[in-house]
Design a protein around this ligand. Structure first.
Ligand code: PAF
Length: 271
C-alpha cells in the first residue's frame, strides 16, 4: 500500500494506473476509521481496479465552537486497517497541500444543503463541498464512495457533481451499525457508558417514524429516554431534502440529529 502526501505524488501513482487502463475509486475520509469506512473500501474494491483512501481532517467544515481540536486521530491504526482491507494507496495531505497560502475560493451549495444540517451548521456543507471538489480534482477517480450515514452530505455531493458536471460517479454505501442498531461513527468514541446505552434509541425512533409514528412524538420520546436536545427529526424527500410529500411517489428519508450530553449524533433511514 502506497502512502502519499502531495498532489503531485498522488497524480503520478493514479496516472500510472490510468495509463494501464485501470479504473480508480476514491474513498474520502477524515480518519479514525471504523468498520463503516472499511465497508466503503470493500465496496470500492468491487467498483474499481484501484482504491485510494484519503485521510484529511478538513478544518473548513468545522465551526469555531465545534470539535476540530478533539476530533479522534489514529494514523497508525488507520494505516493498519487500510492495509488489511486491501486499499492500494492512502493519501494523507497536510493542510497546506489542500489550503495553500492565498487560498480564496469556496463552493457554496444551496438546494439540498440548506435545510436540517444546513440550519444548525450553516458553513458545514460549504466546507465539505469545497474539500470534496478538491479531492476529486486531485485524484480524478472514476468513482467516489460515501456512507449513507451522512445522508444529507451524500445528497449535497451528488448535487454538486451534477451541477458542476464533474466526471465522476458518486456511490452511496449503506450505514454500518453496531448489533444494537447504533450507526458507526468516529464520534461514538465521545460517548460515556450511560450515553452509549441510550444512543441506539435514536435509530429506534427514526425507524418508528418510517413506519408512521409522528416525528414530534418520536422526538419527545428521545428527550424522555435521556437525549438532551433534538435538533431535528423529520421526513424529507430523499434526493432534494425538501419536505416530503407522500403523494409524490418519490422516495422519502427520515433524518435526525440529537444530542446526548456534549455529543451530537445523526442518523437516517428510508421511508
Ligand atoms: O464524511 C466525511 O468524513 C467528510 O465529511 C468528508 C466527506 C471526508 C469530507 O471532509
Amino acid at each position: 500500500m502506497e502512502i502519499v502526501k502531495t498532489i503531485n505524488h498522488l497524480r503520478t501513482e493514479i496516472g500510472r494506473w490510468r495509463a494501464a487502463g485501470e479504473t480508480v475509486a476514491l474513498v474520502p475520509t477524515m480518519g479514525a476509521l471504523h468498520a463503516g469506512h472499511i465497508a466503503l473500501v470493500g465496496a470500492a474494491l468491487t467498483a474499481a481496479d484501484r482504491v485510494v483512501v484519503s485521510i484529511f481532517i478538513n478544518p473548513t467544515q468545522f465551526a469555531p465552537h465545534e470539535d476540530l481540536a478533539r476530533y479522534p486521530r489514529d494514523e497508525a491504526g488507520d494505516l493498519a486497517k487500510l492495509a488489511g482491507a486491501g486499499a492500494h494507496a492512502v493519501w494523507i495531505p497536510p493542510v497546506s497541500e489542500i489550503y495553500p497560502d492565498g487560498f480564496a475560493t469556496r463552493i457554496v451549495p444551496e438546494g439540498a444543503a440548506l435545510p436540517l444540517e444546513g440550519e444548525f451548521r450553516p458553513h458545514h456543507f460549504s466546507g465539505v463541498a469545497t474539500v470534496v471538489c478538491k479531492l476529486l480534482a486531485a485524484a480524478t477517480p472514476h468513482v467516489a464512495l460515501f456512507g449513507e450515514k451522512d445522508f444529507q452530505q451524500l445528497a449535497v455531493i451528488r448535487q454538486m457533481v451534477r451541477d458542476l458536471t464533474l466526471p465522476v460517479t458518486i456511490q452511496g454505501v449503506p450505514t454500518a451499525r453496531e448489533d444494537d442498531g447504533l450507526a458507526l461513527s468516529s464520534r461514538n468514541a465521545y460517548l460515556s457508558e450511560d450515553e452509549r446505552y441510550i444512543a441506539p434509541m435514536l435509530y429506534k425512533a427514526i425507524q418508528e417514524v418510517a413506519r408512521g409514528r409522528s416525528p414530534a412524538e418520536a422526538a419527545e420520546a428521545l428527550l424522555t429516554v435521556g437525549f438532551s436536545r433534538v435538533d431535528y427529526l423529520e421526513v424529507r424527500d430523499a434526493e432534494t431534502l425538501a419536505p416530503f410529500n407522500p403523494d409524490s411517489g418519490r422516495p422519502g428519508r427520515v433524518l435526525a440529529a440529537a444530542w446526548l450530553g456534549n455529543t451530537r449524533l445523526i442518523d437516517n433511514v428510508a421511508v
